[in-house]
Design a protein around this ligand. Structure first.
Ligand code: PEP
Length: 250
């Protein structure tokens, strides 16, 4: 299949402002002809990273947004403000937010709608925990997360949603899952989209990517899968050398 994979770096809360700007500077001139590259720094680094990458081929995303556009919501960040600052993407429903911030599928659903309204492309994370996998409910969990997050979301012809399958127990473990399992799981996720959207919309508006301990040695195992449109990378996106290797291998 002829496709241009997307490589998304999630910098989490692992780089301060100076470190983020330095990394952005180092990434700026990396040739990335056959891939789309996105980096997602912390909120406070967004503006500087966007400035640094302005004339490069790398896009910038945030790691979260709120589900209202404005109002008395102390500490929250509006998707509209993120768009105003120049962000193009936003990660939503990351398992770390679900775990530490109590983020629910309903919250993720509202955030997706707001992100799209503001003109951001959502990267929606779904994934099972080790316990859910052990008890055999992996597919059920993924279908629930996908359907609850996306059912009823209005999608315009030019809007895209990325779904990142991220097995929670693999994140940060250093050991990605078997690509064959990722391919089978992406099929489950895609099938659940067919249950809630017309097939033309699933085909034109959704991309499914894999995340969980991807590095330069494994990136191609995932990007070469027919039903996989790219990867979400955490740890290996934090240094210029390792992220460059991933981009060049992909
Ligand atoms: C992530 O947290 O989104 C992620 C993919 O992390 P890592 O690559 O470090 O497993």
């Amino acid at each position: 299949m002829d496709k241009k994979p997307i490589i998304i770096g999630n910098w989490k809360m692992k780089l301060g402002i100076a470190e983020s700007l330095e990394l952005a500077k180092q990434l700026k001139h990396i040739p990335a002809k056959n891939v789309d590259v996105v980096v997602c720094p912390s909120f406070v680094s967004l503006s500087g990273v966007i400035d640094t990458l302005r004339h490069s081929s790398i896009s910038v995303g945030a790691q979260d947004c709120f589900w209202e556009s404005e109002g008395a919501f102390t500490g929250e960040t509006s998707a509209a403000y993120l768009r105003e600052i120049g962000a193009s993407y936003v990660i939503l429903g990351h398992s770390e937010r679900r775990k530490y911030l109590g983020e629910t599928d309903e919250m993720v659903h509202k955030k997706i709608k707001m992100a799209l309204t503001a003109g951001l492309t959502p990267i929606v994370c779904v994934g099972e925990t080790f316990e859910q996998r052990q008890e055999g409910s992996k597919d059920y969990v993924l279908i629930q997360q996908t359907v609850k997050a996306l059912e009823g979301v209005p999608l315009g012809a030019d809007q895209r949603v990325f779904i990142a399958y991220e097995p929670v127990w693999v994140i940060g473990s250093g050991q990605a899952i078997d690509p064959a399992e990722a391919a089978a799981t992406h099929q489950v996720i895609r099938q659940s989209l067919f249950d809630i959207f017309p097939s033309s919309v699933v085909k034109s508006s959704f991309s499914i990517i894999y995340g969980g301990s991807v590095d330069a040695n494994t990136v191609n195992d995932f990007t070469s899968l027919e039903n996989t449109d790219g990867v979400l990378v955490g740890g290996a996106s934090l240094t210029a050398d390792s992220f460059r290797d991933i981009i060049q291998k992909a």
